[in-house]
Design a protein around this ligand. Structure first.
Ligand code: C2O
Ligand code: CU
Length: 651
């Protein structure tokens, strides 16, 4: 094993700036067959059709198989590929609709499929030792209880991820949702996923893979499976979803026209607002979504997507070319100035430190001094408890740090604000040599063991990966609050099947909420101090009840919930609702209740709050239909009846 010092001498450890000698070495080692840039059309990866579908779920079957594909013109390259396609077939999912993928392994090697960026149970996560043997298959369930984003699925087998991905096992997994649909952005054929990879080839077209501990770099830029391709476009806007699917290589994207890139998305979907920048860095596994408007490009002209940190001597400074070949009306307006706010997920209660380094003794890349060990749990974050992870890079190479299961928000880089391109939700963040990057994360919904690691696949395989076990939160006890009302309110609301992410202001019916989430939510809604039993529900004067109502209302209460059961789509009776509200708000049984007497006309804002939350309409009729708007008047009438109050005057 080479020591770090030897590696340094060879120029193999280092940031992008010192990669040039290594790139030259690669060229000398592997002269790929020569390829003319911009000669081949950019393919759009095929979108997979479900094998069947029902009310809640789309079912797919994907076969991992050997195939021969034409990457370089005129030669066939053997690959290992999902459905024999390189890149693999795109799976298009919708938020709140389950996708079940049966992965069949017809390769001669073990496989494990990780849906990168997906929020899933541990058994569906493609853990590096959760293997599908040759001839085997495994069913992965993706609930898609998360916002629209461009994810990708790829192989994740312990120690051989680098090889398996290099051989072709990678594909897009795109989640869409209504929030995104409501924005005026290019769609359909004008919304294109683009994976950028680098590969080297033997003369006969065979992929040349070298199992390096440091870096796997190719001399040919392969975009959606073709070298330096061209795409014919109209003179209008396109939404381009770029994924760096390379094992090691970083790119700095820019247009040769000198125009700014208009970034609208990160790993985790739309950003709060667009980021206009002359160039954008993309480290392995990161995604950026960019709107390019070709309106000012004369038909017949071209725009080249450049890589500002690629060696120009071997063409690594070019990625692909857009040829404007026709004029078309653009129905899409200017990129909206606001896109999608990041969720408010509460202040961190835990801070953890991670150090990324190279161990000379072990000859391995390590996190906090240790190489990966499947029998060791490195950290145990609690479910729903916000944390800050501070990741320091002590080693001489950049490390794109990736955590499974949790989208995060970058908080700072060495105390400075995050880069404009990383404002939003992320699952991978570049940590440069000597730098400390902090991010805020909350691990929600599922407990169990997941990995986090460097996404330079050479580092990940050798052995820059660790495990976290997400454990149930140590929930504050609310039962000591006076008169146990608070406890009941929490239980009642919790059993109502409130959408997770509710604390984020998002609404996802049918999604279980944990007690911890609800406690955190109520604490904020009721302005209780955080921690166990700090708040006195019964002594909160004035506006608290309103907020309680708003809180309860926003919770999309489900029927049956006064019984402690959650049965969506089931009618709730007036008495059930009245009884719940009585308990939740600590009202004496029976009526009428002096709601209208509460200072400052709280009744009215409460109703308004409730109405605005889009509670199931028909609710006043005793029926429950999620996702349907209720009018303010309907809600007012309902509350008036439920609480035996005078009908308020709607404002
Ligand atoms: Cu994209 Cu753990 O990986
Ligand atoms: Cu690394």
């Amino acid at each position: 094993m080479l020591t770090r010092r030897q590696l340094l001498q060879m120029g193999l450890v280092g940031g992008a700036a010192v990669l040039l000698p290594w790139e030259r070495a690669i060229v000398a080692l592997a002269q790929s067959p020569s390829t003319t840039p911009f000669a081949v059309d950019l393919p759009i990866p095929a979108v997979k059709s479900p094998t069947s579908t029902d009310d809640t779920t789309d079912y797919y079957e994907v076969v991992m198989q050997h195939a021969e594909v034409e990457i370089l013109p005129g030669v066939l390259t053997p690959v290992w590929a999902y459905d024999g396609l390189y890149p693999g077939p795109t799976i298009k999912a919708r938020r709140d609709r389950t996708v079940v993928v049966t992965q069949v392994n017809e390769l001669d090697v073990d496989a494990s499929v990780h849906n990168h960026g997906a929020h899933v149970r541990p058994e569906d996560d493609g853990h590096p030792v959760d293997l599908i043997p040759p001839g085997g298959q495994k069913v992965y369930t993706y609930p898609n209880l998360q916002r629209a984003a461009s994810l990708w699925y790829h192989d994740h087998v312990m120690h051989v991820t680098s090889r398996n991905v290099y051989m072709g096992l990678a594909a897009f997994y795109l989640i869409g949702d209504e929030v995104e649909d409501a924005l005026d952005l290019p769609t359909g054929e004008y919304d294109i996923p683009i994976v950028i990879q680098d590969r080297s080839f033997e003369e006969d077209g065979t992929l040349r893979f070298v199992d390096s501990i440091n870096s796997v770099l190719g001399n040919t830029i392969v975009v959606n499976g073709k070298p330096w391709p061209r795409l014919e476009v109209a003179n209008r806007k396109y939404r381009l979803r770029f994924l760096n699917g390379s094992n090691t290589r970083d790119y700095e994207l820019a247009l040769d026209s000198g125009d700014d890139l208009v970034q609208i998305g990160t790993d985790g979907g739309l950003m709060p607002e667009p980021n206009r920048a002359s160039s954008i860095m993309l480290s392995p596994a990161e995604r950026v979504e960019i709107v390019i408007d070709f309106a000012d490009v004369p038909v017949g002209d071209s725009v080249v997507l450049k890589n500002l940190i690629g060696n120009p001597n071997i063409g690594l400074d070019d990625i692909m070319r857009f040829d404007v070949v026709r004029s078309e009306d653009d129905p899409v307006g200017a990129v909206p100035p606001t896109l999608r706010p990041v969720p408010e997920r509460g202040p961190a209660r835990v801070t953890r430190d991670f150090d990324m380094d190279f161990s000379d003794e072990l000859g391995l890349w390590v996190i906090n001094g240790q190489p990966f060990d499947e029998d060791r749990i490195d950290v145990r974050p609690q479910l729903d408890v916000p944390e800050i992870w501070r990741v320091h890079n002590s080693a001489g190479a950049p490390h794109p740090f990736h955590i499974h299961q949790g989208m995060f928000q970058v908080v700072d880089r060495d105390g400075e604000p995050p880069l404009p391109a990383e404002i939003g939700m992320k699952d991978t963040v570049q940590v440069n040599p000597g730098e400390t990057v902090s991010f805020h994360t909350v691990l929600t919904r599922y407990t169990g063991v997941y990995v986090y690691h460097c996404h330079n696949l050479a580092h990940e395989d050798h052995d820059m990966m660790a495990q976290m076990e997400i454990v149930p939160a140590d929930i504050p006890e609310f039962s000591d609050i006076a008169g146990h009302t608070h406890e009941e309110a929490i239980l009642a609301v919790a059993t109502a099947g409130i959408t997770t992410g509710f604390p984020d202001g998002t609404f996802r019916p049918q999604d279980p909420v944990t007690r911890g989430q609800m406690a955190a939510f109520l604490q904020r809604a009721l302005e209780l101090p955080s921690g166990a039993g700090g708040g006195q529900f019964s002594d909160v004067g004035g506006h608290t009840h309103e907020e309680a109502i708003a809180a309860v209302a926003a919770a999309e209460i489900a029927a049956g919930f006064p019984d402690g059961t959650y049965r969506p789509q089931q009618p709730v009776s007036r008495d059930q609702m009245a009884s719940f509200l009585q308990r939740a708000l600590d009202l004496p049984p029976g009526g009428p209740h002096p709601f209208t007497d509460v200072a400052g006309n709280p009744h009215e804002p409460a109703i308004a709050a409730v109405a605005q939350e889009g509670i199931a309409s028909g609710f006043p009729d005793g029926t429950y239909r999620p996702r349907q708007q209720v009018t303010r008047g309907q809600m007012a009438a309902f509350l008036a009846r439920a609480l035996d109050m005078d009908t308020p005057t709607p404002a």
